[in-house]
Design a protein around this ligand. Structure first.
Ligand code: ADP
Length: 599
């Protein structure tokens, strides 16, 4: 696939043999455009006859046959154009399907970390919108383009055949319009178009953030101006649009004036040529030009818009290639199976962006089968990154991670996923029944097994509240679950999957303490007999861990058991004291509230 090719060969890469449908659609559309001009000739013959026999109209004997010929030719033109559209749609749908398939197949191979950090919404938008843009282009714009090229050729031929002098004069404004159009197109326009799309995308992304943040604005009584980024995105878009529109003002005025000036040129030349009297032929020819020239204006407009649609599709293709350029994770050439659930991390380094500092900067860690390791430390310290490297959401830049003695890069991705369960902080449930949501953990289980998993994951209270129990559709008719509840349901998924290694990302904030308790109990049930890496945000949950690692700036700065770390009096000890203070403060407030209630 060569990205430097022009648009049509690039689209043909996805068309297979259907490209012949596209070619047929051009030919049919071009012929239909030429045939569509013939009725004008018949109309002119009718007018000519009427003028010639005037005032004895009964002598005009050919009018009916001319009329039917005009109708017949119009119908033929329509039939040809519909056939052209049929062919163009067959090709367009095939290209759209193949592009979507290619993108989705690629997305499936992309690092999980990329999908997480880009956001599935953005990826969906690229897949859906870029392929839709090519569909509109292939199905509608291209046949229209064939029409808009064929019509001027036919028109010019007709204009010059009837009276070449008038024909040439009519062509002067048309050529001027073409020159003006050239000024509006070209590389600058292509770049402007890209910038326009970027500004639009940025504004939509910020709008989503804004809507998501409305509860915060309301709760904390802030003004909408706290959403500076959203306002900046709108301002940028506004500034861009106004500058662009002003820049386009003169060429657009020039183009529209020239395109519409054909008629004016016709009137002017009629006067010039009629100075020395008018012959019948001249009069008939002028009549013909009066009928035909408006089509020239319409055709010029069509050519202008055909260029615009080509630019839109070029931008869509660029967006698709940007996605296809993201390097997929390499599948192991000689895959091996892990021997046990031990994890050996050896001097790993990882960076999200080569220019920035390392998110993980030389970490080594040995985890024996069945050990529970907690990752704690300041936000941005590298906990999530370390955990996602173990599940091979990304590949390390240096060093290695081994599971059961095998480098994660040498384990087939399906086997790796069988060995590792990851419970995310913001667990996602799909729009289907709870039963099917949990079954995703292991598709071939019975309903009874799903029920057991839900009970083990402390979800039964959620199910009891729902109108149709485990068959309730999530997201339908206002059936939503809270973040903590969604996390518990995804723990049930992990119960079914029963992978020997478990990575748990504890949620940072729970709406209510009951939910927090339940999630922790569910975690504890699930973690039994498994090797666990737990990203902990509350220190109460790590006290019993076999090893606590404190991460800061991508390094393990302290590690050991709770008591040993306290005895050391280092960072962990400090964090523990701060944590105890915050818990005492919370309890103190609760007691104060109780006193107020009893008073
Ligand atoms: P923690 O989980 O301890 O809060 P993270 O592992 O999320 O820390 O982050 C470690 C560092 O990597 C931080 O500097 C963070 O800004 C950066 N980082 C995390 N995720 C991404 C990402 N998707 N793209 C770029 N940088 C990231």
């Amino acid at each position: 696939m060569n990205k430097n090719k022009s648009v049509i060969p690039q689209l043909f890469d996805y068309a297979g043999n259907h490209k012949y449908f596209t070619i047929s659609s051009w030919i049919l559309a071009a012929i239909s455009a030429l045939v569509a001009l013939v009725p004008f000739y018949y109309i002119w013959r009718i007018i000519r006859e009427v003028v010639a026999v005037s005032p004895v109209f009964s002598k005009a004997t050919h009018i009916v046959s001319y009329g039917w010929s005009a109708v017949g030719m119009s119908l033929l033109a329509m039939f040809l154009y519909i056939s052209a559209l049929l062919c163009s749609h067959l090709a367009a749908f095939r290209v759209q399907t193949n592009m979507r398939k290619a993108m989705m197949e690629h997305v499936m191979k992309l690092p999980m970390g990329y999908i997480e950090s880009e956001g599935s919404g953005k990826i969906r938008k690229i897949v859906a919108e870029s392929s839709a843009a090519t569909e509109t282009f292939l199905a509608h714009s291209l046949p229209d383009k064939a029409v808009s090229y064929a019509t001027p050729v036919g028109l010019i031929a007709m204009l010059l055949i009837f009276d070449w002098r008038i024909g040439l004069i009519c062509l002067v404004p048309a050529v001027l319009a073409f020159l003006m159009m050239g000024g509006m197109m070209g590389e600058k326009m292509q770049n402007d178009m890209k910038e326009y799309q970027n500004a639009l995308d940025e504004m939509s992304a910020e709008a989503v953030e804004y809507v998501r943040g409305i509860p915060v604005v309301k709760t904390f009584g802030q003004s909408v101006f706290s959403f500076k980024r959203f306002k900046e995105a709108i301002d940028k878009y506004e500034k861009w649009t106004i500058t662009y529109t002003i820049g386009m003002r003169m060429p657009m005025i020039g183009f529209t004036t020239a395109a519409n000036a054909v008629f004016a040129a016709l009137v002017a030349c009629s006067f010039i040529f009629a100075r020395n009297g008018v012959t019948d032929t001249f009069l008939y020819n002028i009549l013909f030009y009066i009928i035909i020239t408006p089509i020239l204006t319409v055709t010029l407009m069509k050519v202008a818009y055909a260029g615009e649609s080509q630019m839109i599709v070029r931008d869509a293709l660029n967006r698709m290639y940007a996605l296809l350029d993201v390097e997929p994770l390499k599948e192991a050439s000689n895959p091996q199976n892990p021997k046990d659930s031990s994890i050996k991390i050896e001097n790993i380094v990882f960076t999200y962006d080569e220019k920035k500092t390392n998110a993980i900067d030389g970490i080594s860690l040995d985890i024996k089968p069945g050990e529970h390791v907690a990752l704690v430390g300041p936000s941005g310290g590298g906990k999530t990154t370390l955990a996602s490297l173990v599940a091979r959401f990304w590949d390390v830049k240096q060093g290695s991670i081994k599971i059961g003695g095998v480098d994660v890069r040498d384990i087939a991705s399906a086997d790796l996923m069988k060995n590792v369960s990851y419970v995310f902080q913001d667990s996602k449930l799909l729009k289907m029944s709870i039963l099917d949501n949990v079954r995703m953990g292991k598709p071939d289980v019975t309903e009874a097994e799903v029920v057991k998993a839900l009970k083990d994951a402390m979800c039964w209270d959620i199910i009891e509240k729902l109108p149709h129990g485990i068959n309730t559709m999530i997201g339908s008719k206002g059936t939503y679950v809270s973040g903590g509840e969604a996390q518990r349901i995804s723990i049930a998924r992990a119960f079914l999957k029963n992978a020997p290694i478990l990575i748990l990302d504890e949620a940072t904030a729970f709406a209510d303490p009951d939910n927090e308790n339940m999630v922790q109990k569910a975690f504890a049930n699930l973690a039994k007999d498994k090797t666990v890496i737990m990203i902990a945000h509350r220190l109460s949950t790590v006290v019993d861990a076999d090893k606590i690692c404190v991460l800061s700036d991508g390094k393990i700065v302290e590690s050991g058991k709770h008591d040993a770390l306290l005895a050391k009096g280092g960072i962990y000890d400090h964090m523990w004291n701060e944590y105890k203070k915050s818990v005492n403060w919370k309890m103190g407030r609760e007691q104060d509230n109780d006193k107020k209630v009893t008073a």
